[in-house]
Design a protein around this ligand. Sequence first.
Ligand code: ADP
Length: 446
Amino acid sequence: EDLDVDIAIIGAGGAGLSAALKASEAGKSVVILEQMPIIGGNTNRATGGMNVAGTKYQEADGIKDDKQTWYDDTMKGGKNLNDPQLLKTLVDNAPDALEWLNDMGAGLTKVTLSGGQTNPRIHQPEDGSPVGPVIVEVLSNKLKELNIPILLNTTADSLIEKDGTIVGVKATDKNMNPFTINSKSVILATGGFGANAEMVIEYNENLEGFSTTNHAGATGSGITMAEEVGADLVDIDQIQIHPTTDPETGYLFTEGLRGDGAILVNKEGKRFTNELLTRDIVSKNILAQTDKIAYLVVNQEMADENASLSGYIEDGYATKGETIEALGSEIGIDSSTLATTLKNYTKYVNNNNDEEFDRTHLTQTLAEGPYYTIPVTPGIHHTMGGLKIDTQTHVLDKKGNKIKGLYAAGEVTGGIHGGNRIGGNAVADIIVFGRIAGETSANEID
Ligand code: ADP
């Protein structure tokens, strides 16, 4: 059955849910379309946390950080491809976005370090549990409270344009029947295309055969729909591989694990990289090892402190050894080489000087067992490129003009992360720009 609303939002991930709340708070009627049987998209799979600089949580931990340092880290990590205005919008608006989530009960108060960051600034749930499901839950609880409808198993197929303005969506409902949503504007929050192998290879042929960390709904359809109405794309070939995914399934092991002290060794039992470099470099270094495989090495002490890690162990991803020698023979790595690697690493931590790879933030000595290893290989993770937007989330056409009535936020957009996304910046991105999309679209209709 056809629908009439003020604003149609396509995609029920972090960006779409945030946009819906903001538009609804501004008094507009809203509907969210979600093609999958559940909400949350790739946001559900966000394991790390939300980067924000200059928060009271950092201050409480004695961490000195500021927006400029975050901006600079992100530019550097993104190879200076990032859009300066969009990045500035991100860092300026993230503190409010974090408080907004925490006011709703997200509890992102624990601050740790992640790859490519000068200072600890990734805000996580206090028990270290994965951030994505927590965010999706607080946002959807609030949506329920406000009676904002989410149509599951409902796919947006195309945008409706009238006299140069986007005025609705053609969609397919859960019974596979076509229907129309007439709206005053549309927000695309459809996420990236990391699960669409064909599209990945179309834009970057080097990525053929890689596994993906993405949920099945990361199909890139929002990009296609917007292109059909003249949208411009930016950085579309910039596709991130995440260094630590399960070689069989693509399941992702959080970057925070390395931030919290895990090391990487190769099949020869040796370290080969500073584990805290940016994702692209760590991935490249793993791909240069035998069979493109590395092992995360951690110990019981770490597992006792880290909910994500103990989850991986419970779920059977890790192999255990009472001693490092036992662990080596368990997974077929030369035990004495592995023992030497660990002994050296313990020494580096104790001296606070990684003589081989210059790793900083040497927090865990890994001096005592039991030990665990998790085999990892890089997998397709995030599509940095996408729709070209301005700082108000208007989708721009190839001449740089706004496409009237069309807004976009989250992974479907490009420009914020440049050539490589820093861990923790996606969650900040989807909440900050999702909120802006909801506010702007609401303000621009009567
Ligand atoms: P973000 O992190 O940018 O919020 P997510 O991947 O978390 O992105 O969420 C995007 C959501 O959009 C996913 O749940 C996905 O299934 C949904 N989606 C993508 N394309 C369509 C479409 N054509 N119609 C309906 N939902 C879509």
